[in-house]
Design a protein around this ligand. Structure first.
Ligand code: CO
Ligand code: CO
Length: 373
């Protein structure tokens, strides 16, 4: 692959490990592994672990049959391959632990990604080592996107937007949520998304739109429905995550009103985010708009989440998050109002912090667009 600067990333990781007093970071297949190594492995019944430390080459434990992947890497790696007999696998892990000198180390793992399968082998190979959350280390490493990452995210947003535009003509009363979701997924792939889309699109009409995480159902759209669509594309592992809300024919005036309030809250989020302010301040700003309009109790989630190689990562846009925004941090701004039994509105954009504020990757119209019967 064209080399995202792995050696630079390894150097940065070395600094982060020292700051966080970790002797090593152990990764299994998941988004951080290709970020640091350029290698892709499927999670399978065969364990794969790469161990990084501050002052030596990365160490990998992997099945012999995958050994081709470590040839011609643009950096050095110490390999401990194992054969097809599981009773031999722990030997490979012991070799890795001894080579790294991690027998009594403090080793970070990703709490949301690291499996018991790999952890058990590591613990058996290093019973005196301490395995702790490496989440903060990984966030510190991945939170600020470089130019090539930003360009992948920009493209993922554009692909998703084009896919939605190609889907809109089929949306009318009588069409089911599942039919729309199916078409949207096809259009995402057709417009260039990796086939592994970041998440199954949410397509929720009428009362279902009041559930922020509804799964598409067989319900047919009706005139007077709000329709929430939340979808994204994947470009080289980088995600987009967008939401727009539509009106099917003429909707109730209060539903139009909440759409206007959410649009204003979304705009306030864009206007607030800039380098140097706490992430939580963006949440406070969008929430204030909805609170002042009297709908605070119906805005039931945080304003957004970091976005990149994962659909949810730091910086979380949540009132108590004191992380200071910096150039390169990317996240969503997605305020919503959900009126139970009636309908909901969410407007979600993907942005990156720039020196003078924000760049929005997403620019589809945010107002409530009425799709005609
Ligand atoms: Co979303
Ligand atoms: Co989101």
């Amino acid at each position: 692959m064209s080399s995202p600067h792995f050696l630079q990333r390894h150097q940065k990781l070395a600094q982060v490990l020292k700051q966080q007093e970790l002797d090593a970071l152990a990764l299994n297949p998941g988004p951080s592994l290709p970020y640091l190594t350029g290698m892709h492995f499927h999670m399978s019944e065969r364990p794969v672990v790469v161990i990084f430390s501050a002052d030596q080459d990365p160490i990998i434990v992997l099945p012999q049959l995958e050994a081709l992947k470590i040839q011609n890497l643009p950096y050095k790696i110490q390999a401990f391959p194992y054969d097809e007999n599981p009773s031999n696998w722990v030997k490979a892990f012991r070799g890795a632990i001894e080579a790294g000198g991690f027998e009594k180390g403090r080793v970070g793992v990703e709490p949301r990604a690291f499996r018991v399968l790999e952890l058990d082998f590591l613990k058996e190979a290093a019973p005196e080592a301490q395995f702790v959350s490496g989440e903060a280390a990984v966030a510190e490493l991945r939170m600020r996107k470089d130019a090539s990452e930003v360009s992948n995210m920009r493209e993922a947003a554009q692909i998703a937007q084009s896919a939605l535009q190609a889907t809109l003509p089929m949306i009318k009363p009588g069409v089911t949520e599942k039919e729309i979701a199916t078409e949207l997924i096809m259009q995402l792939l057709r417009h260039g998304s990796h086939s592994k889309v970041p998440f199954s699109p949410i397509v929720s009409g009428g009362p279902n739109s009041a559930n922020p995480h509804a799964a598409p159902s067989d319900r047919k759209l009706e005139n007077g429905d709000l329709l929430v669509i939340d979808w994204g594309a994947n470009v080289k592992g980088y995600f987009s995550d967008i939401t727009r809300t539509f009106a099917i024919g003429e909707v109730d005036p209060e539903l139009k009103l909440i759409a206007e309030i959410v649009m204003k809250a979304n705009a306030t989020g864009h206007a607030t985010a800039k380098p140097g302010i706490p992430a939580g301040q963006v949440d406070d700003a969008t929430r204030a708009v909805i609170d002042e309009a009297g709908y605070g109790e119906f805005f039931t989630h945080r304003t957004g989440h970091g976005l990149g190689l994962e659909g949810h990562e730091e910086p979380y846009i949540r009132s108590d998050n004191q992380i200071l925004l910096e150039v390169g941090m990317s996240f969503t701004i997605e305020p919503g109002i959900y009126l139970p039994g009636r309908g909901g509105v969410r407007i979600e954009d993907d942005v990156v912090v720039t020196a003078d504020g924000l760049e929005s990757f997403t620019d589809l119209p945010r107002e409530l667009i009425q799709l005609e019967a």
